[in-house]
Write a protein that binds this ligand. Structure first.
Ligand code: ADP
Ligand code: MG
Length: 526
């Protein structure tokens, strides 16, 4: 979900600047007090000299601005300034954000004109424009010394990179009256980097996408599992996009388990459960993401029926989950074995090389929007060394660095990267869990009140949740046994110890309980 949100945020940001660009290019605002009529006409530019000439002249203006204003002011406001053209009278410059434009106009108009005259003799006024990221008016004049293309490894073998906006906007798909979860247009096979960790999953995914309507079919079902951020969702979206690309009329439905449950519960409420099930019959391919969140007795049962119907009808099923089928204790044995009948494959930990390539890939995507964006080799290495957990962090880091470059033109040094990494790593540290949270989650999960848990009642329906609560408190907080006892209704520390030993003992031989506890932990962590 976060990924889609990030994406729409970016889309919004670039739309905003396009609008800004439209209005600003229609009426460039002069940094001098020259009459508006003079500034409105699009410059019928006399030849501005060669690109090299332009670069030299603008370098002179920059140097002069720097010496007049000092490095700090220059870096804050003029680092991102680009020189777009000179017609003998008006000098056109541009900045990437509206705020910078108006700040320069209100605070530095005079000094800018004075310095401009050093590089562009005869200049009458300076028009400050807003430029679209990667806009076509990007001059060749910007000195590239500090932003050259320096990538960590050779990218010659990588497939071509497409702009982020291609090929389709994020889509919600209606299939046969069922509403699919949105598909992210960036998650295609083209943008997926293959390495040892995901080679098998990738092969299975491409095979399924390519052979869905062929006589010789790929694996069915295809079951991909892994830890968070290893690329499962990316692969599922890639399959969906690929099938649609090859066969636009194919009925492809991508659903997160949560969305499945939501729609099913809605159907139940509207007494349309039968119709709901029927709608799945004609689907060619069902992709279910985050299967571990398929919760609720009725939902599970319904899902069981639906996948049986689909598989019996020769339809394709693709599933992604944090755990392999054998560890989905909540599902019945028949369902687990059905899910294992095709290909079950795990995406392993992303190794260093794969991580660097994913970063590179993301940087290349950004460079399509703004070719001056680059991350030096040492900073790249730092990123791929430090962000080891998931592709999500890698993507987040590049997005942040890109934003800094867009808005501040801060050169991306190791120091800048370190700050971003620190931020990200702090951001993903598990939040501190309080005993109060545990009481709340446990009481909700077992349907007993907080008061019951804290009471002296000894009925099993209360004792069991209480013991699980104490066990979780010991595992997830740094509280001592006496402290936990006190918070669980003034109990003795030996009672707490007894509870912990009891639950530990039970977990050993009971995968269902283990799953249940994992689920509670997940709820507490979110
Ligand atoms: P999961 O579903 O396993 O939690 P995602 O598919 O959401 O992981 O991946 C998290 C992020 O990492 C996404 O931005 C995804 O594009 C990126 N990512 C993960 N693996 C790869 C890969 N092999 N190539 C390119 N990007 C990847
Ligand atoms: Mg996912």
């Amino acid at each position: 979900m976060t990924d889609s949100k990030d994406f729409s945020g970016l889309a919004r940001a670039s739309m905003a600047s396009t609008d800004d660009l439209k209005s600003s290019s229609a009426e460039p605002t002069s940094a001098t007090s020259a009459p508006a009529a003079d500034t409105a006409a699009a410059p019928t530019a006399k030849p501005a000299g060669t690109a090299q000439d332009m670069a030299q002249k603008s370098a002179r203006v920059r140097a002069s601005l720097k010496s007049q204003l000092g490095n700090e002011v220059f870096d804050s406001w003029f680092n991102a300034l680009e020189f777009d053209g000179f017609d003998g009278e008006a000098l056109r410059v541009s900045v990437p954000v509206k705020f910078l434009k108006s700040w320069i106009q209100t605070h530095y108009a005079d000094v800018l004109l004075k310095c401009a005259a050093l590089g562009f003799p005869g200049v009458q006024r300076v028009d400050v424009m807003l430029r679209q990221p990667g806009g076509t008016n990007r001059p060749a004049s910007r000195p590239q010394a500090d932003v050259g293309v320096r990538t960590a490894t050779d990218t010659a073998q990588m497939p071509p990179v497409r702009p982020m906006s291609a090929p389709h906007p994020t889509q919600r798909v209606q299939v046969n009256g069922l509403e699919g979860s949105p598909l992210d247009p960036r998650y295609t096979f083209e943008s997926f980097v293959v390495g040892p960790a995901n080679r098998m999953a990738h092969a299975g995914a491409t095979q399924v996408a390519e052979t869905i309507f062929a006589d010789e079919r790929g694996f069915n079902p295809l079951f991909i599992h892994s830890g968070v951020g290893h690329g499962k969702t990316h692969l599922l979206h890639a399959i969906a996009w690929e099938v649609k690309r090859r066969t636009p009329q194919a009925q492809v439905l991508y659903l997160t388990a949560e969305r499945f449950r939501f729609q099913f519960v809605e159907a139940l409420r509207a007494q349309e459960a039968m119709a709901f099930k029927d709608r799945f019959r004609s689907i060619d391919m069902l992709l279910i993401d985050d299967l571990e969140f398929m919760q609720g007795e009725k939902t599970e049962l319904e899902f069981d029926h639906i996948i049986n119907t689909l598989l019996d009808g020769g339809r394709q099923l693709v599933v992604a989950s944090s755990r392999p089928p054998s560890q989905l204790a909540r599902f019945n044995e028949r369902m687990r074995s059905r899910l294992q009948r095709g290909l079950v494959t795990e995406i392993g930990t992303l190794d260093q090389e794969l991580r660097s390539k994913i970063i590179e890939r993301r940087v290349q995507e950004k460079r399509l929007i703004d070719p001056s964006f680059a991350i030096p080799r040492d900073a790249m290495e730092l990123l791929s060394n430090q962000l080891t957990e998931s592709g999500r962090e890698l993507e987040g880091a590049v997005t942040r660095l890109y934003a800094q470059w867009q808005y501040m033109r801060t050169p991306i040094t190791v120091d800048v990267v370190e700050a971003v990494v620190r931020d990200l790593v702090q951001g993903i540290e598990p939040r501190r869990i309080k005993i109060e949270d545990i009481l709340k989650i446990v009481s909700r999960h077992f349907g007993v009140s907080r008061g019951d848990i804290l009471s002296q009642r000894r009925h099993r329906s209360v004792v069991w949740p209480r013991q699980i609560g104490m066990y979780l408190a010991k595992q997830l907080t740094s509280r001592s046994l006496p402290e936990i006892g006190r918070r669980f209704g003034n109990r003795d520390h030996t009672t707490v110890l007894h509870a912990i030993r009891k639950i530990e003992g039970e977990i050993g031989g009971n995968t269902r309980l283990k799953d249940e506890i994992e689920e509670l932990k997940k709820q507490l962590a979110s």
